[in-house]
Every structure is written in structure tokens, then in C-alpha cells.
Write a protein that binds this ligand. Structure first.
Ligand code: GTP
Ligand code: MG
Length: 200
């Protein structure tokens, strides 16, 4: 898929808000600091569209980016950042849950997992939730540039094994926001979620 137009840069959504229109949405979810905002920026070829930080908890609102006038990429706040006060964590969780719950425009979620780490309980909960809701899910393994080729393959293999029967191989993409690895495949997979082949 080719990106021709992005707008508006940084529209927010709050519980109770209506969505700007009823275009399909693809949301990026995952632990705080896993690289959601970085990957969105890389996919869109813009370095500073979604705010990024080396300290977890950078994204505090739900950011909408309208792509090619056809669908939205949605940058969610991360989960599981334990150094934040429980109150703040609960608030973000409520924000993300109210976004996901009953969202009829949500066509899929890209769930990000750091390729260097095992799945956390929160990752499992999220994947379970998505499975129960029947929300199509892609897995992006992030920060692949941080590992050599052999370790990367080994980690990807063991994460896929951990995911068990819940995902198929073609739903898992190894990515790097730094080098751009996997970004074309991920964008194509996202485009297929927006407009499933054979269903248009
Ligand atoms: P929250 O908004 O807190 O949930 O975090 P996030 O998931 O949006 O992560 P963000 O994109 O802000 O990135 C967190 C840190 O990881 C930043 O320091 C990024 O530069 C770094 N990072 C993200 N992606 C990559 C990657 O592919 N490779 C490397 N080496 N670093 C990355
Ligand atoms: Mg972020």
C-alpha cells in the first residue's frame, strides 16, 4: 500500500466522543515503550507524527491518523508501565477499554511485542480479549534491529510458540522502526484488514 495523504496529525479521542466519521480503524496496542508510536511514524514515513519517548508512558491520549482519506491508524497508550501510579494506569486502561469496547469501526488491532522479551501477562490478557471479541489481530515483533539474525529468529520462533494456536505465522511480522524492516509487509497486512481481499 502506498501512503498518499495523512491527516489530521494528532486528533484525539476521549470516552464519550463520537468518532470523526465511520471509516475503518486499525489500532496499535501493546506494552508501554514497545514502540507503537515509533512504528506508526515509520509506516507513515514521518518522524514526528506520533509522540515518542525513551521513558515509558509517552502516549497518554488516543491519537487518530487518517490515511489516504480511507481509514485510520490509531495510536493507543501503552499498558503495563508499573512505575506509574495505579490511578493513572487505571485511567489509561479505562480509556483504552472504552475505545475498544463496542467499536464497530475497529477492523483490527496490531498488537506489538518486543522481540527481545517473552509475552507478559498483560500481553496475554490483551490477546485473549481480542480473540474473545473476534477482532482480527496482527502481531508485530518490534525492535528487531537490536538483535542479530540468529537470536532474532530464535526469539521470533519462541514467541510464536508461546502464542500457541491463537495466531498463524502469516499474522506475525518482524519489524524495526529504526531500519524499516517489515514495514512494507505490515502495511500490506493492515490494508488487507481495512479491505479484506475478495470482500470489496
Ligand atoms: P508508549 O507511548 O509509552 O506506550 O510507548 P510506545 O509503545 O509508543 O513506544 P515509543 O514509540 O515511544 O518508543 C519507545 C522507545 O523505544 C523510544 O526510545 C524509541 O526510540 C525506541 N524504539 C522504538 N522502536 C524501535 C526500534 O524499532 N528499534 C530501536 N532500536 N528502538 C526503538
Ligand atoms: Mg506511544
Amino acid at each position: 500500500m502506498k501512503i498518499n495523504a495523512i491527516e489530521p496529525a494528532g486528533a484525539f479521542w476521549q470516552p464519550g466522543d463520537k468518532f470523526p466519521d465511520d471509516l475503518p480503524q486499525i489500532a496499535f496496542a501493546g506494552r508501554s515503550n514497545v514502540g507503537k508510536s515509533s512504528l506508526i511514524n515509520r509506516l507513515l514515513g514521518r518522524r514526528k507524527l506520533a509522540p515518542i519517548s525513551s521513558s515509558p508512558g509517552k502516549t497518554r491520549k488516543i491519537h487518530f491518523f487518517k490515511i489516504n482519506g480511507a481509514f485510520y491508524l490509531v495510536d493507543l497508550p501503552g499498558y503495563g508501565f508499573t512505575r506509574l501510579p495505579l490511578k493513572v494506569r487505571d485511567k489509561w486502561r479505562a480509556l483504552v477499554e472504552s475505545y475498544l469496547e463496542g467499536n464497530k469501526d475497529l477492523r483490527g488491532v496490531v498488537n506489538l511485542i518486543d522481540i527481545r522479551h517473552e509475552l507478559s501477562d498483560l500481553d496475554r490478557q490483551m490477546l485473549l480479549y481480542l480473540g474473545e471479541k473476534g477482532i482480527p489481530t496482527l502481531i508485530a515483533l518490534t525492535k528487531a534491529d537490536k538483535l542479530g539474525y540468529a537470536r532474532r529468529r530464535r526469539m521470533a520462533g519462541s514467541i510464536i510458540e508461546e502464542l500457541g494456536g491463537s495466531v498463524t505465522l502469516d499474522q506475525v511480522v518482524v519489524t524495526s522502526a529504526r531500519t524499516g524492516e517489515g514495514c512494507d509487509s505490515l502495511l500490506d497486512a493492515v490494508a488487507d484488514l481495512v479491505a479484506p481481499p475478495g470482500k470489496s
